[in-house]
Design a binder for this molecule. Structure first.
Ligand code: FRU
Length: 491
């Protein structure tokens, strides 16, 4: 499709047509990574939700497949997850391994769209995800009194030998457990007074355990991560964003390691939402997100399709200067699409003014720059986006703070007053900062590394910014470009 539509990203996943939001049902099975997604095939605005479907063997090239689930008289198919029923504990697969998809059935009860009910349902596939049947005894969790009850993420909990479902319920995450993936018991609720809350219900939970890189001898070797989406409401000028909690999960209950009012952001940018990790990828936690913001998603510029996924990212945990934090890397598979490395020669920049670094030609670019800042330095980095998007770095004695600016996007910002933005994006420890980025048509994903801390900033623009150099604008102080590489994806 990219050959016919120049606006299409070269390596990021986008729907063949229509509307796409959350990634759903991410699961690895028999050599294939499945990617389902919230899909409205008949319109470029959100509507009756289907589960679109694609598969990949290398997380880099995706094959579009027929729609997996479509709305029926019970309701639309909202977000959810998938797992492999390896030992046929459900009895749905004649003793063979099979695929299960847990989704929310969203049922509108009257002409009023806000008059709805949500329940959890199951579908299964006996043919490696090609076709899906609805479970005969749906719903597996009937609607409770709380209206917002959705986005089941099912994970295996080894120590208790049970399946766990994390479910968004109002402004909490509810945990359910099961032995057979069909019958579920309520275990506990987490969320009251914890992390960020707005007027919007919490959404799209994810739950996983990871080893902690750099944990001291007296510190726990692993921690659990609970990921939670916060929707866009008028009381939240940032729009939708993704927070996470670090803690312990004992199979029943999640306990937060950090102060209740601490808010950990998975990405400091405006367009990284509904994150989900792949099930059944032992030894690796891979996740991706929808690169959009509910604040403007429905009226952003489009050319017959709307919505892009992030590149798959590999998640790890790291002991940092300020505690255990998530760390993200672009999944190594994305590099398969790239040309040979070209090196950026080291240089020292200290005069006020602009310095350009040429980038290779191509449909998409990967780059990596290590900057050594002198205390007191302030500079702006524009990564192939001209002046439409700029990352500001300001160094004090021991930290580098980050600020992000998205301007007019060549006049395209007019579609929404919130699109042009200017916001703080946290800081990293130390004055040596490595920025890794992917720029693929309208998407820009940046992973920014300090001594131990990392910040990620993901923001879309709607400009074709190919063949623009990286520019560094030193406002004060001095910065050494210690090393750098660039690579591109052939047109
Ligand atoms: C998050 C979300 C989910 C819901 C889906 C509907 O982006 O609001 O909570 O299941 O989108 O498309």
């Amino acid at each position: 499709l990219a050959d016919f539509e120049p606006q299409r990203p070269a390596v990021h996943f986008a729907p063949p047509m229509g509307w796409m939001n959350d990634p759903n049902g991410l699961v690895f099975f028999e050599g294939e990574y499945h990617l389902f997604y919230q899909f409205h095939p008949f319109s470029t605005v959100w509507g009756p939700m289907h589960w679109g479907h694609a598969v990949s063997r290398d997380l880099c090239h995706w094959q579009h497949l027929p729609i997996a689930l479509a709305p029926n008289e019970e309701g639309a198919c909202f977000s959810g997850s998938a797992v492999v029923d390896e030992h046929d504990v459900t009895g749905l697969f004649d003793g063979q391994p099979g695929l299960l998809a847990f989704y929310t059935c969203h049922r509108v009860l009257s002409d009023e769209p806000e008059d709805y009910q949500q329940s959890q349902c199951l579908a299964y596939s006996r043919d490696k995800g090609c076709t899906w049947q609805r479970y005969e005894r749906n719903p597996i969790l009937p609607p409770p009194s709380v209206k917002d009850f959705r986005d089941p993420k099912v994970v295996w909990h080894g120590p208790s030998q049970r399946w766990v479902m994390a479910l968004a319920c109002g402004q909490e995450i509810h945990f359910y457990t099961s032995h057979n993936l069909l019958e579920w018991q309520f275990a506990s609720a987490f969320g009251e007074g914890e992390g960020a809350h707005t007027q919007h219900p919490w959404e799209c939970p994810d739950l996983f355990e990871l080893p902690v890189d750099g944990a001291g001898p007296d510190e726990p070797a692993t921690r659990w991560v609970l990921v939670v989406g916060i929707g866009a409401t008028p009381d939240n000028p940032f729009g939708s964003f993704t927070q996470y909690f670090i803690g312990e999960f004992d199979g029943q209950r999640f306990t937060n390691d950090n102060a209740s009012d601490a808010v950990l952001m998975m990405d400091e940018g405006r367009d990284f939402y509904a994150v989900q990790s792949w099930s059944n990828t032992p030894g690796r936690q891979l996740a991706l997100a929808w690169l959009n913001n509910w604040q403007y998603a429905n009226h952003a510029p489009e050319t017959g399709w709307r919505g892009t996924m992030s590149l798959p990212r590999e998640l790890t945990l790291r002991a940092t200067y300020c505690g255990v934090r998530l760390h993200q890397r672009f999944a190594r598979e994305a590099a398969q699409a790239l040309s040979a490395l070209s090196h950026i020669s080291p240089r020292s920049l200290q005069t006020a003014g602009e310095h350009c670094i040429a980038l290779p030609e191509g449909a998409a670019v990967y780059g990596q720059l290590t900057l050594v800042l002198k205390a007191g330095t302030r500079l702006a980095l524009s990564l192939q986006q001209g002046y439409q998007q700029r990352l500001w770095l300001t160094a004090d004695e021991s930290t580098t703070s980050l600020h992000y600016e998205r301007q007019g996007s060549n006049g395209q910002a007019a579609f929404d007053e919130h699109f042009a933005c200017d916001h703080a994006a946290g800081s990293v420890d130390g004055l040596t900062v490595t920025v890794r980025w992917w720029c693929d048509h309208g998407t820009l994903e940046m992973l920014i590394e300090g001594a131990t801390e990392q910040r990620c900033i993901t923001q879309v623009s709607f400009v074709d910014h190919r063949r623009q150099p990286v520019t560094l604008e030193v406002v004060s102080g001095r910065v050494d470009v210690a090393e750098g590489v660039t690579q591109s994806v052939a047109e």
